[in-house]
Design a protein around this ligand. Structure first.
Ligand code: SAH
Length: 396
């Protein structure tokens, strides 16, 4: 008999709606002393088994559901099948024709809670971010190596969220061999170098692929400001699209070094771009004081609000930068503004940007909405997975 988690009366509703998390407040009791990451049968208060889940004793998310079929077994075959489904679905996406880098496994929305795997050409970069996938790490790594035939799997389980699961950070080569410090990837014909060892997250922001392409289409002949540019994703897309001049700002010198490599990788060494190591908040203020104007501004800040609880402070930060960005827009210019905070839903984000426009005394309208690329699916029953959102705003 596997250990059992019995829910409080009435607390099975979200699970019956196929939400994959069991919060601590929903747990009546646990029977059978499970180890961290062990498989549990989830039972409703009436005794019926309704799901199988992984036990995360240290986290407020006490269990993460593997399957709503309580008769299944969680084993190597189960994990191989889930990985196989994730791979098959990506093979049929347009990204398979336009890029050699994409998200292969997107956690809960691919039925593998807490597992993130990005493919960069022949290298996979994996993050084990919850107790369940951590427990099955070796099985998962073997299955990934077998299913993809990749040269190497590099592990970047060094994200902050692991501490919430009581897990220590881990990073390094997990399978195969890889000497080169960069992966060379191609996205819609644009080359990028990915620093998978030291870069942020797994090394590159694949979720913005389609949005970078959109900016490229719009950038011809325009002056562009790319705020929070990281390794230059939007900036280089804009140059590839014929931008007249690009100003790209990031506080990370290491990210800007990779941005320089990316310019070289696209034969853009002499291109009209200024890479500026600075704090965006301070630098946008300085640009405002100089009365600088841009035709196209991209704002892609880091996650200010990982959870809804931090939304209030985050709202302040989003408003500040959007207000500054709107003031820097030339008449007829466009602002592409993003939030990757799971705790800030689209309606809240839109009202923050609307407030910023009022304070900036700018008349503006939404002409497009952005989300994450299709290799970052959002399970219908898991709205938390819908983290990336953006608005394209046209100034009158
Ligand atoms: N647009 C990028 C991804 C941006 S990630 C792409 O398409 O690849 C967010 C970036 O914000 C990171 O590179 C981080 O270094 C930078 N950052 C965080 N806080 C900052 C600040 N206050 N000022 C400038 N850059 C900042």
């Amino acid at each position: 008999m596997i250990p059992r988690l019995i829910l409080k009366a009435g607390r099975d509703k979200s699970i019956r709606r196929r939400h994959p998390w069991v919060f601590s407040g929903a747990v009546e009791r646990v029977e059978g002393a499970p180890d961290r990451g062990a498989t549990l049968a989830i039972h409703a208060a009436d005794g019926r088994a309704i799901a199988l889940a992984a036990w995360s004793p240290a986290s407020q998310i006490r269990a993460r559901i593997w399957t709503f079929d309580a008769d299944a077994s969680i084993d190597a075959d189960f994990l191989r099948a889930a990985i196989g489904r994730a791979l098959d679905f990506r093979k049929r996406l347009p990204v398979a024709r336009h890029a050699n880098a994409y998200r292969l496994i997107h956690g809960e929305s691919d039925g593998l809670p807490g597992l993130v795997v990005d493919r960069y050409a022949d290298v996979l970069v994996a993050q084990f971010l919850a107790a369940g996938v951590e427990r099955w790490r070796d099985t998962i790594l073997d299955a990934l190596a077998e299913a993809t035939g990749c040269e190497a799997i590099y592990e970047r389980s060094d994200a902050e969220v692991r501490t919430l699961e009581g897990l220590l950070p881990r990073a390094g080569l997990a399978r195969g061999d890889r000497r080169a410090a960069r992966c060379a990837i191609v996205e819609h014909g644009v080359n990028f170098r990915v620093d998978f060892e030291h870069g942020q997250k797994t090394g590159f922001f694949l979720d913005q692929r389609d949005n970078r392409q959109r900016i490229r289409e719009m950038a011809g002949g325009r002056t562009v400001l790319d705020a929070f540019c990281y390794s230059g994703g939007f900036a280089i897309a804009a140059l590839a699209g014929g931008a007249r001049h690009v100003t790209a700002i990031d506080s990370s010198g290491a990210a800007l070094d990779v941005a320089r490599e990316n310019l070289i990788a696209n034969d853009l060494e002499g291109a009209p771009i200024e890479l500026r190591e600075a704090d965006v908040f301070a630098h946008l203020r300085a640009l405002r004081d100089e009365r600088a104007q841009f035709d196209l501004v991209v704002l892609d800040p880091p996650k200010f609000a990982p959870t809804a609880a931090q939304a209030r402070n985050a709202a302040r930060a989003y408003k500040d930068i959007n207000l500054l960005a709107l003031k820097l827009l030339a008449p007829g210019g466009c602002l592409a503004t993003f939030s990757c905070s799971g705790g800030v839903p689209m309606d809240l984000f839109q009202s923050i940007v609307a407030g910023a426009a009022v304070d900036a005394r700018v008349d503006a309208r939404i002409i497009e909405r952005f989300g994450a690329a299709a290799d970052h699916p959002v399970a219908l029953n898991f709205p938390e997975g819908d983290y990336l959102k953006g608005l394209l705003v046209l100034r009158a």
